[in-house]
Design a protein around this ligand. Sequence first.
Ligand SMILES: O=P(O)(O)OC[C@H]1O[C@](O)(CO)[C@@H](O)[C@@H]1O
Length: 553
Amino acid sequence: MPPANTLPAWAELQTHRENVGKNFVLKEAFASDKDRFEKFSRTFSSAGVSADIIFDFSKNFLTGETLDLLLKLAQQAGVERKRDAMFAGEKINFTEKRAVLHTALRNVGGWEMKVDGKDVMNCSRGVNDVLKHMKEFSDQVRSGEWKGFSGKKLNTIVNIGIGGSDLGPVMVTEALRYYGANDMTLHFVSNIDGTHMAEALKHSNPDTTLFLVASKTFTTAETCTNANTAKHWFLEKTGGKGDIAKHFVALSTNEAEVTKFGIDSRNMFGFESWVGGRYSVWSAIGLSVVIYIGFDNFHKFLSGAHAMDKHFREAPLKHNIPIIGGLLSVWYSDFFQAQTHLVAPFDQYLHRFPAYLQQLSMESNGKSISSDGSSVKYTTGPILFGEPCTNAQHSFFQLVHQGTKLIPTDFILSAKSHNPISGNQHQKMLASNYFAQAEALMVGKTDDQVKAEGTPDDLTPHKRFLGNRPTTSILVGGTIGPAELGALIVYYEHLTFVEGAVWDVNSFDQWGVELGKVLAKKILKELDEPGDGEGHDNSTVGLIGVFKKYANS
Ligand SMILES: O=P(O)(O)OC[C@H]1O[C@](O)(CO)[C@@H](O)[C@@H]1O
């Protein structure tokens, strides 16, 4: 693949940015085109979801010509070819020589999906077998048929995992809390900080606690240490009478390590190496979700996800919602030097959604080496951040409105609340803020408007809003149920795919997390040895020395 910035459409976009993009004024674009909303919004409708989802791209620096040029860039960068290669099970994760087929995990539509000629859906221990196992097990736990060693129903789930083996289950169980079993307590222990495990175990009863050890590799230091701590706690609390087989299950690809840990392979829920950690909530890693919301709801979650896969795979580029979302991100990153992407859900249930998207986006596209091994000469993955609104409005939105940075922002709202309390007053106030923020960011407030309010001259510039800040508004035409959540997640998955395809980076590896892990292992040993460590810089040696002095005093 030639570098993205050498593609003809890249140069055309640069010229277009000089001629049009640089001077683009959103409010003028609306004033001169009464159909702008219709032109640049897209509706996602499918039998796989119970509500339409509207993606309003019209408050972006976008003209018909911009969209055409961005689509041209996508074609020249081979986005469709790469997408089709992903669905075909080709080894597009070229540094790890792996297929990327998390879409098979939610393939409720019966597509043929193969890796190395093998039908991954219907082979032994394939996707459908594992789903069946997850259904059986979760039904048993929910009904109380699966009992702990002392014959009691299990009512506490402790998921031990980190990264994709944690963030997906946490985010989804929070987002779908409305559907969750009220008699169940969930803990997600990820951090190696002992506080995380200690707090989870503090009020847990070993008779009624189920541990899910979630790790694709089953070698991750934090997860293995936390799992061993949990095992010791369980055996100690039960005076050695506790039956591991009834209280510990593994969600992993690594049967050998699972067995070594002491978990019976019959209590292992497997998946394959072609599922990346950050794409694994659809796999066995989602077992906590299934136990919490029930298999039927989990199936709806998969159906909504599959519906968005189908849209991404089949919709023409101009109507293809993740394609447009991904290209807009490239447009802002590379032609406006935007460094960030803000996602602010107007939905308390989605409070962990931005954290989840951070791993998805930044672990996927936080790369600077392209497919031929050379350094890219353009900006890649944006810094994704976010918090639920309206909270965020009272914290960092000052910077979004009046700071010096261009921050392309996504807002998410559902038309209906699961909790329409106080005569739906809360939801209406929430919605009014959702509309107001996008409008305010766009229209701003001129000096004349500020002055007309009687503001003294010296205060006027401080109260001025330049406006012209782009937003994408996502509106779910009902409540956000399992299917709608599935579709929203997959929108961002494929948006990330499109970015990476244009930037020609491998969105599916994560070598950047390795160096810190290796150094931590070396330093861990040194903390127990005399001296202040070997071969470190002066600052690190100094800090290790100070730590040892205080920690051991
Ligand atoms: O599921 P595992 O193998 O424990 O990995 C956990 C996480 O660690 C990472 O490999 C990064 O260190 C993520 O990609 C992954 O989601």
